[in-house]
Ligand binder design. Structure first.
Ligand SMILES: [Zn+2]
Length: 224
């Protein structure tokens, strides 16, 4: 039972195709685990399609129709780097579909076989390759019983639990649960399950820092 979902505006932006790649990955991976959010996204996409139909024909090119149709399949998109044969044989089937394309060379055998990099005694990380700057997307594995020091965030932090779970001041997070934190949150997650907590974590801190400069500078640039 999933109790924590992405905020609606995030689902809307995902359906509209306007989210940056790492955030879209977090939403797509949640949606692949959450029928309720899949339905929500489908409804928004259907609404978007209905709105497009009311526009002048010139607004709907064959290319944009293809793009809309292509997006309908996205949560269950075919992995790009995992061969069809391996996917068909169930290799890496422990990974939600949207994540598989980022971990193409993963060996069979579950989470333990991922190429984790040890950060501290209780934390391991696996950075995911992203084509956009300003974001960091990683799988994080925290040992049972470990706590993350109290911290705030310079920008947005999106966390999707994939295995195990954690708790913080806002509740308990289990597989499929999606947490969305920003600089107004101070939290202290505790891994209170018997198994490690494995999460997809997306940070947009650097982007947030340049946001204010962007707002100050952009009106000026637009006038030039
Ligand atoms: Zn959901």
């Amino acid at each position: 039972m999933i109790n924590h979902h992405p905020p609606l505006e995030l689902l809307f932006d995902y359906a509209a195709g306007t989210l940056p790649e790492p955030v879209a990955l977090a939403v797509a991976t949640h949606a692949s685990m959450c029928p309720a959010c899949r339905d929500e996204i489908s409804a928004v996409e259907a609404l978007g399609g209905a709105l497009l139909e009311t526009l002048e024909p010139v607004a709907m090119s064959a290319t944009s129709l293809d793009a809309v149709l292509a997006r309908l399949d996205e949560p269950e998109a075919t992995p790009v780097t995992v061969s069809a044969a391996r996917a068909a044989s169930g290799v890496a089937s422990f990974l939600p579909g949207p994540l598989r394309r980022y971990l193409g060379e993963v060996l069979p055998g579950g989470w333990d076989r991922l190429p984790w990099r040890r950060v501290t005694r209780s934390l391991e990380e696996l950075r995911l390759p992203m084509s956009v700057q300003g974001f960091k997307a990683s799988l994080m594995r925290l040992a049972p019983g470990s706590t993350v020091p109290v911290h705030t965030h310079r920008g947005q932090e999106f966390t999707l639990v994939l295995a195990g779970g954690f708790s913080d001041e806002t509740g308990e997070y289990l597989p499929g649960d999606f947490a969305c934190k920003d600089q107004t949150h101070v939290h202290r997650p505790v891994v209170d399950t018997d198994e490690p907590c494995i999460s997809l974590v997306v940070l947009d801190a650097p982007l947030k820092l340049t946001g204010m400069m962007g707002r100050l500078v952009n009106p000026f640039i637009n006038r030039m």
